[in-house]
Ligand binder design. Structure first.
Ligand SMILES: [Zn+2]
Length: 337
């Protein structure tokens, strides 16, 4: 069903299309002033331009960001293989070490603290990997890595809910590592204790990691340097449809859509609009532009969400590639702003 090496295939296909369009442009420009052959959005339009003005070289956006989807999928498998990873558990500690083990040599900060909950006291560990850029300002890409506490005695492994996005960030780290950034600093955040201790969801018993970090960064001045907070959650579903989340920052959602359109992935974004309580909110409340990239229709009527059926067979490396490259392209657009 899927190519074992989707990113490479994507790059090649894209490259061939760019060359073909370049030839068409050359012929048409020689004949007459042309009307764009494609819509005003998308990579094709970017290559042709809107007024038939020949460019000297295909624009940078014609090459999608690199992203190794099969490697990202392998990370999902490895995280899921630890089993349920609710806060306070040994599996949770193993996943912490697993994430840190992939960040050796990177600039890593850990935000450790304890929370007091109705279920007892638990250690919480936010992990931040920092990739500096020359431009003043920070772009945060975040994912929670804990699994649902009320399901701790079941086989629930959160393949989509927690593992897919945490794996996505590990692969984004691979793409950022060792490359000189030209724009903002990018900080990858594996945040902890996102899931609500109580059922049904209770805001006061959830989002512990980001609430702590948002407050800490407000206190030490980091918060005002954050230009965008991009949250990834439940992004591995093979049937990928990212929601337009009602309280997300609209200009930033528009930028994500622009990035998706450049890459030809816009049909996977924002067909539905809904409210979702999630890790973007503590930052939004402190006026940080934030988006929640989440597919909250996981199986018909979201039936697999928070059930032991949230397993890896429902996921696709293609979905990881789509969200991974659109995220990186969004960072590129932020850098250009
Ligand atoms: Zn969840």
């Amino acid at each position: 069903m899927l190519s074992p090496r989707p990113p490479r295939n994507v790059v090649l296909t894209y490259g061939r299309r760019a060359v073909l369009l370049w030839l068409i442009l050359a012929v048409l420009t020689a004949c007459s002033r042309i009307t764009p052959l494609v819509g005003s959005e998308g990579a094709s339009a970017a290559i042709l331009g809107t007024d038939a003005t020949p460019a000297t070289a295909p624009p940078e956006a014609s090459t999608p960001p690199a992203f190794n989807a099969s490697r990202a999928m392998q990370y999902v498998k490895e995280i899921v293989a630890f089993g349920p990873r609710p806060i306070g558990s040994e599996n949770h500690r193993k996943v912490e070490r697993y994430i840190l083990g992939h960040l050796k040599g990177d600039a890593v900060e850990e935000d450790n603290f304890e929370i007091s909950t109705s279920e007892g006291r638990f250690p919480v560990d936010n992990i931040i990997a920092k990739f500096p850029g020359p431009r003043g300002g920070i772009v945060i890409i975040a994912s929670h890595y804990d699994t649902n506490w009320p399901l701790r005695h079941t086989a629930y492994v959160g393949a989509n809910d927690g593992a897919s996005s945490s794996a996505l960030l590990l692969e984004i780290a691979n793409q950022l590592r060792g490359k000189k950034r030209t724009g903002y600093s990018v900080w990858l955040l594996w945040d902890d204790a996102e899931e609500s201790i109580k059922v049904p969801w209770d805001d006061a018993s959830a989002l512990y990691g980001v609430r702590h970090l948002a407050e800490k960064w407000q206190g030490d001045g980091t918060l005002k340097k954050i230009r965008a907070f991009l949250l990834e959650d439940m992004i591995g579903d093979a049937d990928l449809n990212i929601e337009r989340v009602t309280d997300s920052t609209s200009w930033l959602e528009d930028l994500v859509y622009q990035a998706a359109t450049r890459l030809g992935y816009q049909s996977h974004f924002f067909a539905r609009e809904m409210y979702v309580g999630d890790d973007h909110q503590p930052f939004l409340k402190l006026s940080v532009p934030a988006v929640d990239l989440i597919d909250f229709n996981y199986g018909y009527n979201n039936v697999f969400w928070h059930t032991p059926q949230d397993t890896i067979d429902k996921l696709s490396p293609k979905s990881l590639a789509i969200v991974g490259t659109v995220t990186l392209e969004t960072v590129h657009l932020l850098d250009e702003r």
